[in-house]
Design a protein around this ligand. Sequence first.
Ligand code: SF4
Ligand code: SF4
Length: 366
Amino acid sequence: MKARLIDKSGLQWLLDRLGSQGYEVLAPCLENGVVEAGPVTSLEELPAGVEEETEAGRYRLRFDGKEGTDLLFSHALTAMGWQRFLHPSSEPLWRAELRGGALEIQPLPAEAPRRALVGLRACDLAAISIQDRVLAQNDPRYARRRENLFLVAVNCGRAAATCFCHAMGTGPEVKQGHDLVLTELVGGGAHRFLVEAGSEAGAGMLQALPGREPEADDWEEKRARIEAASRQRRRLPEDTGDLLASSLDHPHWEKVGERCLACGNCTSVCPTCFCSRMVERTGLDGQQATHWRLRDSCFDSEHSYLHGGPVRRDRAARYRQWLTHKLHHWQAQFGTTGCTGCGRCITWCPVGIDLTEEVAALEVAA
Ligand code: SF4
Ligand code: SF4
């Protein structure tokens, strides 16, 4: 079976089936004034009719039912990426205890629950595939969590103003990395979902879905929605990596450095950033200590600390490091760019630094 057409009750059936199979179902919902992934059991918890307005340094939610139907996936993205379910920002790795004068070290096992992530976009899947390259072979905790995922993606029907996945070749159409992909349709006033499988597990679920065969109109509406989401004004040039590598002394870095606050928001929201540091937290009695992995940011001066002080002393050097690593060095290290074009770093930069504009500024000869 290639695809099924289901209505809202069919989608609720899917959530229920995933729950009954032992998955914790996580999907977009409204949380602290943003659209964010959280545990859901009912479609009622999804952010129906919500669209985000984003620009550099700006995020607002708008409640706007379309064509008499509140689309469940009318937003473009969750505020944060989904990587926190695979590579949490903090976790204890092992614990050491002094017992009778001897030191005992106990590894702390990772939690790896079965999770169904519902509502990821093509750029989110691209980010997971990038993190797979970096972490799946090197971090058994990541690998265990990854094995336990069931991914239900959604094709975008609109792009936020900060999206540039089309230019990066990562979206807006979901083509790989999913178990199931939904396209939300409302043509003719009928709210429905075209569901396609992308894996064996997804095909098994598709067989069981209550629904019917899609018709030509459904496929046409899917095509039109993806085409609408492909209209994006931001872009990165194709030769961005080479441009950055040949612009290390460009004066524009100093201009960005004057604006950048080194807050690290961009690295916190970026779905491909993975840098961590290790810290020991010792009990007040000095008898035990826990070894933690904590998310780190290349905007933190400690991140480049070598004997005598940080290598990247100013904010211009840290911003240059972030951008050149993500858009150039990753190619050599991991065979891929580190950017999916999700635009989150643009939205959440408090001073509106926009990597597409900063790269464009480097195209102008110094
Ligand atoms: S660098 Fe910015 S646009 Fe690219 S993946 Fe990270 S947050 Fe998204
Ligand atoms: S570029 Fe923006 S978000 Fe990133 S550290 Fe600088 S001020 Fe913060």
